[in-house]
Design a protein around this ligand. Structure first.
Ligand code: FES
Length: 146
């Protein structure tokens, strides 16, 4: 799989971030072995790949859930109740921020801004952004994905 992704981008070191994103999409994380293989094929040092894989919030060295919940902690959402929303999600899922549920279904992260600051607190579920989610709406939100 990694070979196919790297070849798709022409083994071009300019596109290692895109390659990492494709690997992330495929495996829901960046497996360590994939970094070694990428380094060999692109001639980009493993250390640089690890840096990229830990720099971007969309990438992770640890497996992520099928549904990736990203709670916005930007200023507007923070003031609108994002910390309470995060707490409600943590309690409902039985995990803490940065963790993944045991069944691999949900992971929970914080992000800075999802681009809908006027309707906070906002949470993204994979690519879908949902605004104005209060703690009391958490169970309904999760039920859509359970
Ligand atoms: S501050 Fe939350 S979407 Fe911008």
């Amino acid at each position: 799989m990694v070979d196919r992704i790297v070849e798709r981008w022409g083994r071009d070191p300019e596109y290692v971030t895109e390659m990492l994103q494709d690997i992330q999409d495929e495996y829901r994380c960046i497996p360590r072995e994939s970094l070694d293989r990428m380094a060999l094929l692109t001639e980009v040092p493993v250390g640089r790949l690890v840096h990229l894989a830990t720099f971007y919030s969309s990438l992770s060295l640890e497996p992520r859930g099928e549904y990736r919940l990203q709670v916005c902690m930007g200023s507007s959402c923070f003031l609108a109740g994002a910390p309470e929303l995060m707490g409600a999600l943590e309690r409902a899922l039985g995990i803490e921020e940065g963790e993944t549920t045991e069944d691999g279904r949900f992971s929970l992260q914080r992000v800075r801004c999802l681009g809908c600051c006027g309707t906070g607190p906002a949470v993204a579920v994979n690519d879908e952004v949902v605004g104005a989610v209060g703690p009391s709406e958490v169970e309904d939100l999760l039920a859509r994905f359970r």
